[in-house]
Design a protein around this ligand. Structure first.
Ligand SMILES: [Zn+2]
Length: 83
């Protein structure tokens, strides 16, 4: 199950790779490699998707994505005064 602050209050099962190996530039502009599996692999894929403008709901069917967006709008309306 996956969720995101971009789609508040909504969760859905997303199929992801079980393990990933990524390369990135650190704060000193040095190439680094990171391998992860399980929750770390899920988080890395989720966050890299964000960098590409992709939300977890973009991995779902059109009908399920539309349903979650509608439910997120209701969730936002119900919680707009929660601060
Ligand atoms: Zn997210």
């Amino acid at each position: 199950m996956e969720g995101c602050l971009s789609v508040p209050g909504q969760y859905a099962e997303v199929i992801r790779a079980k393990a990933v190996k990524i390369q990135y530039l650190d704060e000193n502009n040095m190439m680094q490699t990171l391998e992860g599996e399980g929750l770390l692999a899920d988080c890395l894929q989720h966050e890299i998707d964000h960098l590409d403008g992709i939300l977890f709901i973009d991995h779902l069917s059109a009908i399920k994505r539309k349903m979650l967006i509608q439910k997120a709008k209701k969730f936002i309306a119900q919680h707009k005064d929660d601060d």
